[in-house]
Design a binder for this molecule. Structure first.
Ligand SMILES: Cc1cc2nc3c(=O)[nH]c(=O)nc-3n(C[C@H](O)[C@H](O)[C@H](O)COP(=O)(O)OP(=O)(O)OC[C@H]3O[C@@H](n4cnc5c(N)ncnc54)[C@H](O)[C@@H]3O)c2cc1C
Length: 545
């Protein structure tokens, strides 16, 4: 099934807003119903594909002479336009087709990917790898150079096999187009799990996780995706890069780290070897309450630093707790109950003995840090609704509200200042623009030395919703850099964060990455403007500077 083209997920799971939330939008945030409804797909005027017959034949040849694997029909191209950030959805709702690819190409294997790349280089055509299409940072909308010829979206959905499971080493080699639930199902047949459960789990792919350094909700226990990866194969215009001969190595800089987070700018990831773990026998999630965000953060830090480490560990601030965002299926119920303080969700997965042991130890730490056990209900509600919140965003947009998220990370000592700086930047900018927001936050991932902060913002849309949000987001980006945070903890760079990433990496860092880009993609066909500044395919015969 394809995802809703101008919203999230399975159209059958659309979720109406509870009355309490509609009331809050109206009374607290001044949200008024939108004038125009989202345009239906059939009414969107997609311009004819600029792909000419010669290029089309070259692309068909690259995928085994199969015309059905080079799609230029309006609907397919529209379904591969942009990702799923709120500005992306707002643009789709108004029928803005500026970022529509010229063609969608669907390869079967690594060699076909190499052949497609060669055809793109020959014809100076930009190419963007397309996994689940859930990017929230503009990673699927290249910049520059594609205005006339357009670009190809390389949809990896047919590369969806489990290539190898080494039970002795506990590693699995997966193709990039596997969606997370497909990968989990294949591993579960053999008694294993990857343990990667981001909120986009139901739609995002293995290749996308590696390309963006994704982080799942159970990262406290299973680690981030980049920590799970042991090897990658990258198809580039200059050939194949294979990484990961051994789990760890002292043989120079780790080339895996160049591929992880490369977001399609260096090549197409065609296989990923990951470590797997036995399927947990037990999964238990529970709630703990703290008087304040600071008190809860101190408790999470204690667990992250001294253990025992739960599998899931997240803490909502006071506003998020009151709204009930950690329990999307019962959102608004906390408002009626006037829930105070801050809710932490703490989860344990593993064997009966191991989870019981960690749970007991964690309870002692949380209690000693001022936490009160809130029972299993808040944890189970979180687990039940963990993939539902994105559906609420569609309903909020329908209702005329703006709803978006952003994330960052820093060291523990800087968490309070970063939290305040971002919240103030968002509140200040949107209030000044006449649409005072509700800003909610949770600690979403913890490490021994720091944590990530995940913000959710809801306000009225203002005159031009995209411009309105962009101003607030830029203010938040500036606040993040000024407060010592990273521009992204897990969403990636794309085009949206690129200018701040360039500042974070520094001039020499960017020069080094640019040199890597030029040696792997000298013609500049790969995802122009994503991750690094770029102007699209070079027409010159001297690609190596
Ligand atoms: C509602 C929602 C919730 C989300 N929750 C989380 C979360 O909890 N944690 C998290 O980490 N992220 C989250 N995200 C962000 C997003 O899901 C992740 O970035 C995910 O890793 C992207 O995977 P994808 O398969 O959809 O990739 P896509 O969106 O298709 O692509 C993302 C980027 O990677 C590149 N790319 C994709 N596949 C390949 C490949 N095989 N080789 C090279 N480059 C490739 C693309 O060109 C693009 O630049 C969320 C997004 C949404 C919309």
């Amino acid at each position: 099934m394809d995802m809703l083209w101008n919203g999230w997920g399975d159209p059958a799971r659309a979720t109406p807003l509870p009355d309490t939330v509609s009331g809050l939008l109206r009374d607290l945030l001044g949200v008024a119903p939108r004038g125009a409804a989202a345009l239906p797909l059939e009414e969107i005027g997609v311009p004819t594909s600029p792909l000419d017959a010669t290029v089309r034949r070259a692309l068909e040849g690259a995928v085994g002479d199969r015309p059905d694997r080079v799609r230029t029909d309006a609907e397919t191209r529209l379904r591969h336009t942009r990702g799923k950030s709120t500005p992306d959805l707002l643009r789709m709702r108004t029928g803005d087709t500026a970022d529509t690819p010229a063609a969608v190409v669907l390869p079967d294997d690594h060699d076909q990917v190499l052949a497609v790349l060669a055809a793109c280089v020959r014809h100076r055509l930009a190419l963007v790898p397309f996994g689940g299409g859930t990017s929230v940072v503009g990673g699927l909308a290249p910049e520059g150079g594609s205005a006339t010829a357009g670009f190809v979206a390389l949809d990896l959905r047919h590369m969806n096999r489990l290539l190898d499971l080494d039970e002795v080493s506990r590693t699995a080699t997966l193709q990039p187009g596997l969606r997370a639930p497909e990968a989990e199902a294949l591993l579960a047949e053999r008694g294993y799990t990857l343990g990667h459960f981001p909120q986009s789990y139901e739609w995002a792919t293995i290749g996308g996780f590696a390309a963006t350094r994704s982080s799942g909700q159970a990262s406290a226990g299973y680690g981030r995706f980049d920590e799970m990866v042991l090897g990658l194969t990258l198809a580039t215009p200059e050939g194949t890069l294979d990484t990961g001969r051994a789990p760890r190595s002292a043989a120079g800089p780790d080339l895996r780290q160049l591929v992880l987070g490369s977001e399609g700018a260096f090549g197409v990831i065609t296989s990923v070897t990951v470590r797997v773990r036995p399927l947990p026998r037990v999964r238990r999630y529970e709630g703990w309450r703290f008087a304040s965000f600071d008190a809860g953060a101190a408790a999470l830090r204690r667990l992250a630093q001294d253990g025992p480490r739960p599998t899931v560990l997240r803490l909502s601030d006071e506003t998020e707790t009151l709204i009930g965002l950690a329990q999307p299926d019962a959102i608004g119920a906390s408002l009626r109950r006037q829930d105070a303080g801050c809710l932490a969700v703490v989860g344990f997965e593993g064997t009966e003995e191991d989870t019981a042991h960690r749970r007991e130890g964690a309870a002692a730490v949380l209690g000693a840090c001022g936490g009160t056990f809130a029972g299993e209900e808040p944890g189970e509600r979180w687990a039940h609704g963990r993939y539902s919140a994105p559906y609420l965003r569609d309903s909020l947009l329908d209702a005329g509200a703006l709803a978006e998220t952003l994330e960052t990370a820093t060291y523990w000592s800087r968490v309070p200042a970063l939290y305040t700086a971002v919240r103030d930047a968002l509140t200040g900018t949107l209030t000044e623009a006449g649409t005072p927001p509700l800003v909610m936050c949770h600690i979403s991932h913890v490490y021994e030395n720091g944590a990530s902060l995940y913000f959710t913002v809801v306000s009225a849309q203002g005159e031009d919703a995209v411009a309105h949000w962009t101003r607030a987001k830029h203010a938040a980006n500036e606040a993040i850099l000024a407060a010592g945070g990273t521009i992204t903890h897990h969403h990636g760079v794309g085009t949206d964060h690129r200018d701040w990433y360039v500042r974070e990496a520094g001039a020499l860092g960017v020069r080094a990455l640019d040199a890597v880009k030029r040696s792997l993609d000298p013609a500049g066909v790969l995802s122009p403007g994503v991750l690094l500044p770029g102007n699209g395919p070079r027409t010159s015969a001297h690609p190596h500077p």
